[in-house]
Each structure stands twice: as C-alpha cells, then as structure tokens.
Ligand binder design. Structure first.
Ligand code: SF4
Ligand code: MG
Length: 335
C-alpha cells in the first residue's frame, strides 16, 4: 500500500482580534497537532461532534484555509511548498464535495455550465471533447445525459449531490474530500449516494477523506476511521477495530449513543457530563478530562499521545493514559 496523503503535526489556529487596535488577543485552536495518512484507494473517515476540527482539517489539507503549521505530503510532494498557482493546479488531483450541493452550485448555471467551468479551470479536457465527457459523467453518476441543460433547482437533493460528484470527477481527481456530503440527505438517498461513491472509488481508484458526524454512515463507507475531539485525534485505526474494539473513553461514549444491532454484543454505556469546552482555551493535559468519567490528576497535567496496547491490532492507536487499566477493570469510572 502507498500513502497518497500524509499529514503530520497539522495546526490550524484562527486569530481572534480585539481591543481598539484590532490586535490578535487569542486563538481558536481548531486543529492542534493532528497527524494521519490515507492509503491510495482507501477511505479514511474523520468523525467527531461539530466543532471538533474535522472540516477545518479537510480545508487545511486543500489549503482552502492556509494551515498555521504542519506538513502535508500528497503523492510525494509537500503541498505547503507550493505557491498559490501551483496549489491551484494541484486541485485537479484533489477535489472536495460539500454538504449542501445547492450552496456549492451556482443556481443560475445549468449542469452543462457547471461541468464546463470545472473542466475549463483545470483545462483537462480539450474543448471539442467536453460535451462527450459531460454526458459520460452524467451517466456515471446515475443522472442520465439528458439532464445536461437543467438547473440545480430542478433536481432533488440527492440529484444535486450527484451533480456535485460529477463536477468533482470532471477533472479526473485522485483524491476527494467528502465533507458531510450525505448529511443533508434522507436516509434512503444517503445509502444510494454512499453506494455511488463506493462504486466510483473502485472504478477510478479514488482515495477518500470522508468527514462526517454520523457513525452509521462512517461504518458503511470507511476502511479506516479517525476520531477527533476538540482539535485532536483521540483514536485511529481500521474500521472494525474502532467499532468493535474501541479504547478511548470518548470513542466509547460516541458508540454507546448509537443502537447496537446485535444485543448479545454488550457495550458499556459511557454518558458524558457537560458540553464540549471552547477551543479558544482548551483544557490542558487530556482535552477530554473535563468530561471523562475516568479522569485523574494525571489527565489534567499530561497530554496522552496516540499509542498501541497489546489488545489492539493493525494500525489501531488511541490517546488515553489508562487504556489498559480501564480494560482490565483496575481503573473505574468516578461516576
Ligand atoms: Fe479520560 Fe484521562 Fe484517558 Fe483522557 S487520559 S480519556 S481524561 S482517562
Ligand atoms: Mg463541519
């Protein structure tokens, strides 16, 4: 396996201006030292509650927002070394599909114009061949080539998302970030679009970074999963490991909030106290300590790093001081 994307120590701090002179008085630490990789042809999902930094991570990878710090290797090249123009060209290989297809598509443009514009920006298809390519794309995404001259409002939400996918595919990308791409759709339509994404992945050897808050969706689409909490990755690994053998108390709490399909598979319930703290002044040590039922003094003082225990397989890692002790029943929840 080849790593198509490798992100190391990514930070995204947004300045907060204040006072008479509009000086930077503080920062929102939206992403704070995040590392992960995505193998060619696989889907890595980033999952977490809103505000955990998952979308910010996606945008930083494409440099839609300039990252504060870090290293982003794509296909053997450090994206942060590229100038603006070369980065724009690089987006031929790296596309993004957003949650609301309507918001990302100009309502006054027909599908033909939307696709024409995408192809023209990157100049990947000779002008004379573009219409053929467009018709092929519409068939590929299951819309049908007869839809070429329709406007976005003439489509359903699911169909508009298919237009969004066609637009992303128009430049023959290697890598696509799906940022909550099915979140706005009805459950039955979600499944159709997820299956389409899976088929396209196989057909074109696409690599996905799939950003979502819905664990059911993540379970369906992912090969590997990264769980984020308050700007950091707290657990990462193969999908089966994350869902069947979670180690981090936060991952366990997320999973215990969804119904278990098999009732014989017992799952400890972890109910969290309070809300997610502000990323402006995140808690020291383990950022989860203000809500974790297992927290101790050490959790407030020392930041746990991602690591592996004996009962974890594959690439599975989690960041908690007490993983072994919790598992062995030596360290109990305080409430
Ligand atoms: Fe909870 Fe401490 Fe583990 Fe963080 S390090 S998840 S606060 S037990
Ligand atoms: Mg988001």
């Amino acid at each position: 396996t080849t790593k198509l994307l490798e992100v190391n120590n990514l930070k995204q701090y947004f300045p907060i201006k204040g006072g008479v002179f509009g000086r930077t008085v503080n920062h929102v630490k939206a992403v704070d030292d995040v590392s992960f990789y995505v193998n060619e042809g696989e889907t890595l999902s980033i999952v977490g509650e809103s505000g955990c930094g998952k979308s910010t991570t996606g945008r930083a990878v494409l440099r839609l927002d300039e990252p504060t710090e870090g290293d982003i290797q794509f296909n053997g090249e450090n994206l942060l070394d590229l100038n603006k123009n070369d980065m724009r060209k690089k987006r031929k290989d790296m596309q993004i599909i957003f949650q609301d297809p309507y918001a990302s598509i100009n309502p006054r443009q027909t599908v033909r114009q939307v696709l024409e514009e995408a192809m023209a920006i990157q100049d990947v298809v000779p002008k004379a061949d573009r219409v053929d390519k467009m018709m092929e794309l519409l068939d590929t995404v299951g819309l049908g080539s007869h839809q070429l001259d329709r406007f976005p409002h003439e489509f359903s939400g699911g169909q508009r998302q298919r237009v969004g996918i066609a637009r992303a595919l128009a430049v023959d990308p290697k890598f696509i970030i799906c940022d909550e791409s099915v979140s706005a759709l009805d459950v039955s339509i979600q499944a159709q679009v997820l299956n389409l994404l899976k088929n396209l992945q196989e057909q074109y050897n696409l690599t996905y970074l799939f950003i979502a808050h819905d664990l059911g969706v993540v379970r369906h689409i992912s090969d590997r999963v990264a769980v984020m909490y308050l700007g950091r990755v707290v657990e990462i690994g193969e999908k089966e490991e994350i869902f069947d053998n979670p180690k981090h108390p936060y991952t366990k709490s997320l999973l215990s909030a969804i119904p278990v399909p098999d009732p014989s598979h017992k799952q400890e319930r972890i109910v969290l106290k309070g809300d997610v703290p502000s990323p402006i002044d995140p808690p020291p040590g383990c950022r989860f300590h203000t809500r974790c039922p297992f927290a101790t003094e050490k959790c407030r003082d020392e930041t746990p790093e991602l690591r592996k225990t004996e009962t974890m397989t594959g690439t599975h890692e989690a960041a908690c001081h007490y993983m072994e002790d919790i598992e062995a029943g030596r360290h109990k929840a305080a409430y």
